[in-house]
Design a protein around this ligand. Structure first.
Ligand SMILES: [Mg+2]
Length: 117
């Protein structure tokens, strides 16, 4: 499956009442929050722990891991939706991002500040 295939299939589940820019943006933010909430609850329940910048599953808890994946999938749906709202194929967005990062790496400015470095 390509990213564009995903986007096309995912958008078949888009309800007419959800097809607007504010739903798309706030939905994306909400789903990122749900993913963060999973991590917070995982720490609270001792399913995972945070070591520096790394999040580790403490045990192999399949349901919990699947729950995190589902939330990440919800984030992906809204990324695809937001791109669709602006007529951007998801692969174009992904390629643009890779090109930007490759250019930064080539110029030695991966670590730095500013969107247009
Ligand atoms: Mg969700």
């Amino acid at each position: 499956m390509t990213l564009n295939d995903y986007q096309q299939k995912a958008m078949t589940t888009n309800a007419e009442s959800s097809d607007n820019d504010t739903y798309s943006l706030f939905g994306l933010i909400a789903e990122v929050g749900e993913l963060a909430d999973k991590v917070a609850k995982g720490v609270r329940k001792d399913y995972l722990y945070i070591d520096g910048n790394d999040i580790h599953l403490r045990r192999n808890i399949a349901d919990f891991s699947e729950g995190m994946k589902k939330e990440l999938g919800d984030v992906l749906w809204f990324v695809a939706h937001f791109a669709q709202r602006f007529g951007w194929p998801l692969e174009e967005v992904a390629q643009m991002n890779l090109d930007k990062l490759a250019d930064r790496a080539k110029r030695g400015v991966i670590i730095g500040e500013g969107d247009n470095r």
